[in-house]
Ligand binder design. Structure first.
Ligand SMILES: CC(=O)N[C@H]1[C@@H](OP(=O)(O)OP(=O)(O)OC[C@H]2O[C@@H](n3ccc(=O)[nH]c3=O)[C@H](O)[C@@H]2O)O[C@H](CO)[C@@H](O)[C@@H]1O[C@H](C)C(=O)N[C@@H](C)C(=O)N[C@H](CCC(=O)O)C(=O)O
Ligand SMILES: Nc1ncnc2c1ncn2[C@@H]1O[C@H](COP(=O)(O)OP(=O)(O)OP(=O)(O)O)[C@@H](O)[C@H]1O
Ligand SMILES: N[C@H](CCC[C@H](N)C(=O)O)C(=O)O
Ligand SMILES: [Mg+2]
Length: 489
């Protein structure tokens, strides 16, 4: 693409004649990955400043550079006020606005995004659609999976990925939209057709100054939902009506709202909920009729996840019969309430609860089923919200007969200091601190007797542990299996 065509998205921008004819072979934000003819965009990051790598980009063959600061270089410089924002515009233009040509569903909220995204993937695939998926665990095009570094990647990666999805004939794309992404404008340029809100509770107060700022970030997804009525396809905001922020979020969009929940008044509603240790059933009332659902997903929070996915699918015109089949075929999501296999008289469950609300939900669920003692192994991530640490520790003690506090991903923090943040001010003796996560899991499994349940919380699907700046192989499910084998043999 000609640079002048790419830059035409910028208002009032006049390119010089020499720039007009320049051909751009790609856009790149990492100097190390620049190829001949690329436009290099300088992003001032949290760790380093991309403006410091202009010379490396030029040496690798960059044809021009987009900056928001003065730089010293021999290649042409295009100066803008906000490179991150302009990157989203340029990336959308360069890849031809791919999300205008297939439906895009975005899911935001503190907990349940990944689960709802997989439920939707299952529903759309049951309806014989080819799906694309972007989220915490991975990126998928049809059945092909790719690794990702962020729940919601940056705008350049996103637009490139959507372009790839378009080339591979994806009919519907489903993505998790984190509050970080909304705040940083990573989803600028995404044309959402359906936006889903799961719930809001405390997390990420390292990034957001307070809960209002966090809520405001979430609301941007709804504000961004199709701001014209020109499209032939209606657009829908799917909102959890049982969440206290429902009314605020409903006001954030000019599009149709579909509410879901367990209280009267919600358009998609669950009634006669029967929660069991191996299954969940409920009747789902919808504007398209009512249907009985028997699911193998456990816990009331998963009823909400199923309602959210169903409300979105109904809005997309998928028949209830297909939705029921898909929900009932779904066996679970990797690392979410995942039982550890093995022949033992107690149960061990790995779950991704790493917020106070999710830990409370999952422990409440387990407590409701346990015939005997509940043990929980839990820690808190380093370089993340410190204020959730004592809350998670108190919740663990409130529900579990014994809590084993350990490391999650300490990252660059001192693991013992994180544990102190969790336990300072705790009273009562029914907790143990074992910094090494493997030892903590072995300890909990060794405590377990017939009828007990061990919950290993916080890392779910993760196959690593970040300690300092090093990433070590670590999988709670594998470690728990080893602990069980060691105990049973
Ligand atoms: C705090 C944060 O969000 N950081 C994100 C940010 O990294 P950064 O600002 O540190 O980047 P940087 O290393 O300073 O680099 C700045 C620029 O210099 C460039 N560079 C750098 C080095 C070099 O040699 N040459 C060069 O050109 C880089 O390519 C980049 O363009 O930009 C990166 C690329 O887009 C992200 O991967 C990274 O997410 C990190 C991994 C992260 O942990 N983010 C978390 C907080 C996050 O965003 N989480 C949410 C989900 C939360 C949830 O699910 O609950 C998410 O959506 O993932
Ligand atoms: N609707 C829900 N409400 C409260 N807790 C939930 C809900 N759904 C799932 N959980 C709990 O939260 C954990 C994480 O679920 P999930 O991965 O679906 O959420 P997420 O929003 O994608 O999280 P992340 O922000 O880390 O990507 C689960 O393991 C479970 O303990
Ligand atoms: N997306 C979340 C995941 C947290 C998972 C938990 N295991 C941790 O490391 O804190 C984050 O990056 O804050
Ligand atoms: Mg997720």
């Amino acid at each position: 693409m000609k640079l002048s065509e790419l830059l035409s998205v910028l208002p009032f921008y006049n390119t010089s004649t020499s720039l007009d004819d320049m051909e751009v072979s790609g856009i790149e934000t990492d100097s190390r990955n620049v190829d001949r003819g690329n436009l290099f965009i300088c992003i001032n990051g949290f760790t380093v400043d991309g403006h410091d790598f202009v010379e490396q980009a030029a040496a690798n063959g960059a044809s021009a550079v987009l900056t928001e600061k003065e730089v010293n270089t021999s290649i042409p410089v295009i100066r803008v006020d906000d490179t991150e924002k302009v990157m989203a515009m340029l990336a959308s233009k360069y890849y031809g606005y791919p999300t205008r040509r297939f439906p895009l569903i975005g899911i935001t909220g503190t907990n349940g995004k990944t689960t709802v995204s997989y439920l939707l993937e299952s529903i759309f695939q049951q309806y014989k659609r080819k799906t694309g998926l972007i989220g915490t665990i991975q990126m998928k095009i049809g059945q092909d999976a790719y690794s990702v570094h962020n729940t919601t990647p940056d705008a350049l990666f996103l637009q490139k990925t959507f372009h790839q999805m378009e080339k591979e004939d994806v009919d519907t794309a489903i993505m998790e939209v984190s509050s970080h992404a909304l705040d940083m404008g990573r989803v600028h340029g995404c044309d959402f057709d359906i936006a889903i809100f799961t719930n809001l509770s405390q997390d990420h107060l390292d990034y957001h100054p307070d809960m209002n700022d966090y809520l405001h970030a979430k609301s941007l997804l709804f504000a961004q939902l199709g701001n014209t009525y020109n499209d032939e396809q209606s657009k829908f905001a799917i909102i959890n009506d049982d969440d206290p922020n429902s009314a605020f979020l409903q006001k954030s969009t000019a599009q149709h709202v579909v509410t879901y929940g367990c209280q009267k008044g919600a358009q998609v509603r669950a009634e006669d909920i029967d929660l069991d240790v191996t299954k969940t059933s409920f009747t789902m009332h919808t504007p398209m009729g009512s249907v009985k659902i028997n699911s193998s997903l456990i816990g009331k929070f998963n009823v909400y996840n199923m309602l959210a996915a169903s409300a979105a699918a109904i809005s997309a015109g998928i028949p209830l019969k297909i939705i029921k089949e898909a929900l009932e075929n779904m066996r679970g999501v990797s690392g979410r309430f995942q039982p550890v296999e093995g022949n033992h008289e107690y149960a061990a469950v790995v779950d991704y609860a790493h917020t106070p609300d999710s830990l409370e939900n999952v422990l409440q669920t387990i407590k409701g089923f346990a015939e005997n003692n509940v043990y929980v192994v839990v820690g808190c991530g380093g370089d993340r919200d410190k204020t959730k640490r004592p809350l998670m520790a108190s919740i663990a003690l409130k529900y579990a007969d014994r809590a084993i506090f350990t490391s999650d991903n300490p990252r660059t923090e001192d693991p013992q200091a994180i544990l102190d943040d969790m336990t300072d001010g705790l009273s009562g003796a029914h907790y143990t601190v074992i910094e090494n996560r493997k030892d903590a899991i072995f300890h909990a499994i060794n405590l377990a007797k017939k009828g007990d349940i061990v919950l290993i919380a916080g890392k779910g699907h993760e196959t690593y542990q970040d300690i300092g700046r090093t990433r070590y192989d670590f999988d709670d499910r594998e470690v728990a299996k080893q602990a069980i084998q060691a105990k049973e043999n």
